[in-house]
Design a protein around this ligand. Structure first.
Ligand SMILES: [Zn+2]
Length: 193
């Protein structure tokens, strides 16, 4: 091998090592020739008296709401984590620390809009998101169309790309006892640039 060739090999090896430590998620996607990536997010909040119940930016009449630093919107939080996770961009705590007064009682739709911008900057587009909210009371079905609309608007996608489902905890665990709300979300994104 020529001197130049071995230099090149050395460079390639050190680049490969650097990529192992800090992989660019887009490059991995392109290498596999399948430009899709999936992400998962989950969020739980304790329900307490005197807090507003907000889900996907929609205010839902109820006598209890989630304890939390921001508005406690479990759906928006789990969504943000799913989207960041799909692009391997960390998690909601890293981008919006609890310690910052900036996010006190902030609308969590802000987090969604920020996640959307981060994805855009990284060359990704959202394909779809699918969420399940677990809550014993009240019934969420009448509010789901508005949640889908608000989430879609914050993410800059169509309502048809946002699925929101609701279920109870069947009287079991913290959700079932009416002490907690939980949201689980999967998101699919695609590299477009
Ligand atoms: Zn949360």
């Amino acid at each position: 091998m020529s001197v130049k060739g071995s230099e090149r090999m050395k460079n390639r090896r050190s680049t490969a090592r650097a990529n192992l430590q800090f992989p660019n998620p887009r490059l991995i996607t392109h290498d596999s020739r399948l430009p899709f990536r999936v992400g998962f997010g989950n969020d739980v909040h304790r329900l307490v008296a005197g807090r507003k119940l907000i889900l996907g930016g929609v205010r839902i009449p109820f006598d209890k709401g989630p304890q939390g630093h921001s508005d406690g919107d479990a759906l928006a939080h789990a969504l943000t984590d799913a989207l960041l996770g799909a692009a391997a961009l960390g998690d909601i705590g890293a981008h919006f620390p609890d310690s910052s007064p900036r996010w006190r009682n902030a609308s969590s739709l802000l987090f969604l809009r920020h996640a959307r911008q981060l994805l855009q900057k990284s060359g990704f587009t959202i394909v779809n998101v699918d969420a399940t909210i677990s809550l014993e009371h009240p019934k969420l079905a009448p509010h789901i169309p508005r949640m889908r609309k608000k989430v879609a608007a914050a993410l800059g996608i169509k309502t048809a790309q946002v699925s929101v489902k609701a279920k109870t905890g069947e009287g079991l665990d913290a959700v079932g006892r009416g002490e907690a709300i939980r949201a689980d979300v999967v998101a699919l994104i695609v590299a477009t640039s």
